[in-house]
Write a protein that binds this ligand. Structure first.
Ligand SMILES: Nc1nc2c(ncn2[C@@H]2O[C@H](COP(=O)(O)OP(=O)(O)O)[C@@H](O)[C@H]2O)c(=O)[nH]1
Ligand SMILES: [Mg+2]
Length: 201
């Protein structure tokens, strides 16, 4: 399943968020969890900037994906990165809050590092999204960093701890491409059957 995509906007402020009529799928997760890498892996293009230094993505980036059906994939700046100035952090918080409350989001993909599971700020994000009643798909990233023999017990432990998700959990590696097919078809199916753009805007 080939998905082509193009960057349609980078927003630093809410008034830079582009108008369009497609469902939006938003990637959230801690800085460095692999959001940008996963976007690139899903679309088979190097559109999103990947970095070893956490906290590099500062803008909200919108990619229009010619999938089946078409949708807009949104790369958010990561959370859990403290080394920002107070003013910048405040601007960031305001942009994200306003964005999530705008009702344009059909699905959030919450990325969690498969080696660590849900950490405190992942739980905070989970609660925040639950409060807004936004459907969530959980994606465990960096699967290649966990050996085959440990994968089942790791997943069992996370499932036992519990997490909220409407689709998934998906286990993926942007490095080896494992799990990407399942994620893409799961997402397509969700968009065809489950996505109801919420009222508002
Ligand atoms: N081994 C491995 N490394 C990954 C994977 N995904 C991302 N990375 C690495 O993790 C770092 C952060 O990735 P990035 O996509 O920029 O994370 P973001 O901050 O969440 O956007 C980079 O050094 C990536 O090469 C993966 O699936 N496997
Ligand atoms: Mg990024």
């Amino acid at each position: 399943m080939l998905w082509r995509a193009q960057l349609i906007a980078c927003a630093y402020r809410y008034d830079q968020v582009p108008p369009h009529h497609l469902p939006e799928v938003v990637m959230v997760g801690r800085s460095n969890v692999g959001k940008s890498s996963l976007i690139n892996a899903m679309i088979g293009q190097r559109l999103a900037k990947v970095s070893k230094t956490p906290g590099k993505t500062r803008s909200v980036n919108f990619f229009e994906v010619q999938g089946d059906p078409p949708f807009v994939l949104v790369d958010l700046p990561g959370y859990g990165f403290a080394a920002r100035s107070g003013g910048e952090l405040e601007l960031w918080r305001r942009l994200i809050e306003r964005y999530f409350r705008s009702s344009r989001v059909s699905l959030v993909l919450q990325l969690v590092d498969f080696r660590h599971g849900f950490l405190k700020n992942d739980r905070q994000m989970e609660e925040y999204l639950a409060g807004l009643q936004i459907p969530v798909g959980v994606v465990f990233t960096k699967l290649d960093k966990v050996s085959g023999s440990r994968r089942k017990s790791a997943l069992d432990a996370y499932v036992k701890e519990g997490f909220r998700c409407s689709i998934g959990p998906f286990l993926v590696s942007s490095e080896t491409k494992e799990g990407l097919g399942d994620l893409k078809s799961g997402l397509s199916l969700w968009l065809k059957e489950g996505s109801v753009p919420r009222e508002g805007l």
